[in-house]
Design a binder for this molecule. Structure first.
Ligand code: PRP
Length: 215
């Protein structure tokens, strides 16, 4: 599909495709799944951090010269959508050790596929922050949109939300573009389609189950 300007698809390098090949294999061990998923998550997070605003900052180097550099211009926080989103927390802590974390618990009804919000806890000043929304799977987009609604109710501007997403469907991306056009999404793959059970094809199965070993 043609991606809109708010969809940031990671460069489809041979290395990225090789990692996807390992973790999409139904016979992949849990250890390999976690290891390679984490490597891809690191790439997604680094890409997402690139989308934040920066301001100029000069520093003096050890040889007395001036380096005309940059620094983060904004406060950020991260909000994983439990449960699969929590798979991204440990990589996030590696690149942003002190980052504030909120939590949103949304589960998709196994039968209706509709998202249900069970719990939310967000930093008090989240309306002043840029938010990394950690949601690995975008199938119908119901869960992601429910999470964005929670952030919007808390005062977060739509254009300050960057969704860090592992796998997305064309249907989900189209729905996000229609309903939340200023939301930015970083993803590592766009799938062919959803099947009749709202699973992505070719897909990866249930990301949370495979990552946390609850199959
Ligand atoms: C899965 C997945 C996403 C959601 C995507 O969550 O982790 O949150 O479904 O589907 P959607 O775009 O159609 O809403 P699930 O509710 O199975 O919970 P989990 O995170 O515990 O796996």
């Amino acid at each position: 599909m043609t991606t809109g300007h708010n969809v940031h698809l990671l460069p489809q390098t041979d290395q990225l495709r090789a990692m996807h090949t390992i973790i999409r294999d139904k016979d992949c061990s849990r250890a390999d799944f976690v290891f390679y998923a984490r490597r891809v998550i690191r790439l997604l997070l680094e890409h997402g951090l690139n989308l934040l605003p920066f301001t100029e900052k000069k520093v003096t180097t050890p040889v007395g010269a001036t380096y005309p550099g940059l620094e983060f211009a904004s406060k950020i926080c991260a909000v994983p959508v439990i449960r699969a989103g929590e798979a991204m927390e440990s990589e996030l802590r590696d690149v942003c050790p002190g980052i504030r974390l909120g939590k949103i618990l949304i589960q998709r009804d196994k039968r209706t596929k509709q998202p249900h919000l069970y719990y939310k806890h967000l930093p008090d000043d989240i309306a002043q922050r840029h938010v990394l929304l950690l949601e690995p799977m975008l199938a119908t987009a119901g869960s992601a949109l429910a999470a964005v609604d929670v952030l919007a109710e808390a005062g977060v501007r739509e254009d300050r939300i960057i969704m860090i997403n592992f796998l997305s469907s064309p249907e989900g991306l189209r729905r996000i573009a229609a309903e939340r056009p200023r939301l930015r999404i970083v993803t590592s793959a766009i799938e062919d389609q959803l099947n009749e059970h709202a699973f992505m094809i070719p897909g990866i199965g249930d990301f949370g189950d495979r990552f946390f070993g609850t199959i």
